[in-house]
Design a protein around this ligand. Structure first.
Ligand code: TRP
Ligand code: SF4
Length: 326
């Protein structure tokens, strides 16, 4: 039997190049060797968007359209929405009972978000339990592996701790899931900070060519190259990092031209815009088709939820039995 994978994304805004390079590309590749479950995590989105949750619904379809346009195949993988599969919440409640408060309070992402997020009030009961729901998402499929970016590593460690605790109390039900880190180079945002929805410093997968041109113009380059006659340092330039990911052969040629100041940054960014437009064009065409016929997407989600429910009901039967509720 093939090993099982689960991963998820929160529908809090448009997907961008960071998602494509950081997670989606990996998800697509794993489809052929694992039994994959990919989930739009709307409950997790609600934990931060609860004051104004209306956009979550709309973002779910946008997210799914991007996924499929980037190569996730509903024939190979199970694509579904978290809130369509209530067994996640049942396991979440069960795990909540055995998750020590101290484990959650010391979680580094929790502490960081409380410190850094100023536009929302995250001092809620549910937000503390964010990693417990994530553990339930993973465990309810008895997942063997979880493909995520390094920012999720602490949550995966907690999932393994909760797994061990459950198994120690009630008997061996769950495998300890492995973290499959994406090993792609990190793309910074347009302003050299971490690429993030809240900084607004990204190129969305759905950005039109004109928008891509405008955005690439604003990209930070080698900070030590002030005049066109200054020699550049491609290894310190975020624009060059984009070339390395999206046009590796061109990146090699560019290295020499940049170092000898034969090539200017304005020109370099203009060419990058062309490359990105070409990379995104087929994705956007597929995306437009999907958005134009939402029925197809609703069917995919309905199907996905049905499959997800069947698998997770089996796990929950075992869990109910182990805790004596059945
Ligand atoms: N916390 C993840 C993120 O923000 C999303 C997520 C929710 C997830 N449940 C998951 C990822 C389960 C992997 C497995 O990216
Ligand atoms: Fe960066 Fe290109 Fe300018 Fe070199 S020429 S510093 S790679 S933008």
């Amino acid at each position: 039997m093939r090993k099982r994978i689960l991963s998820g994304m929160r529908p809090t805004g448009p997907l961008h190049l960071g998602h494509l390079v950081g997670a989606l590309g990996n998800w697509v590749k794993l489809q052929d060797s694992y039994d994959c479950f990919y989930m739009v995590a709307d409950w997790h989105a609600l934990m931060s968007e609860y004051e104004d949750p209306k956009a979550i619904r709309a973002n779910i379809l946008e997210c799914l359209a991007d996924w499929i346009a980037c190569g996730l195949d509903p024939e190979k993988s199970t694509l579904f929405v978290q809130s369509d599969v209530p067994t996640h919440l049942e396991l979440y409640m069960t795990l909540s009972c055995l998750s020590p408060l101290s484990w959650l309070e010391r979680c580094p992402t929790y502490k960081e978000q409380l410190r850094e997020v100023t536009t929302r009030d995250l001092t809620t009961y549910a937000f503390l339990g964010y990693p417990v729901l994530q553990a339930a998402d993973i465990m309810v499929y008895k997942s063997n592996a979880v493909p995520v970016g390094i920012d999720q590593a602490a949550h995966l460690e907690l999932t393994r701790e909760i797994t061990r605790r459950f198994n120690a109390f009630y008997g061996n039900v769950f495998p300890e899931p492995e973290t499959l880190l994406t090993e792609s180079p990190k793309l910074l945002g347009l302003d050299n900070r971490k690429m993030s929805k809240s900084y607004g410093n990204f190129i969305a997968l759905s950005d039109e060519p004109r928008v891509i041109e405008e955005k690439t113009k604003t990209m930070f380059t080698d900070p030590e190259r002030i005049y066109k006659t200054d020699k550049g340092h491609p290894e310190k330039c975020n624009v060059h990092a984009y070339y390395r990911v999206f046009a590796p052969a061109r990146a090699d040629e560019l290295t020499a031209q940049c170092k000898s100041a034969a090539h200017g940054c304005t020109e370099c960014k203009k060419m990058l815009a062309g490359i990105l437009i070409d990379v995104l064009k087929p994705i956007q065409e597929r995306r437009a088709k999907l958005i134009g016929d939402k029925k197809v997407m609703f069917d995919i989600l309905e199907n996905g939820a049905e499959k997800a429910l069947a698998v997770t009901e089996k796990t929950m039967d075992e869990v109910r039995q182990k805790i004596g509720f059945l």
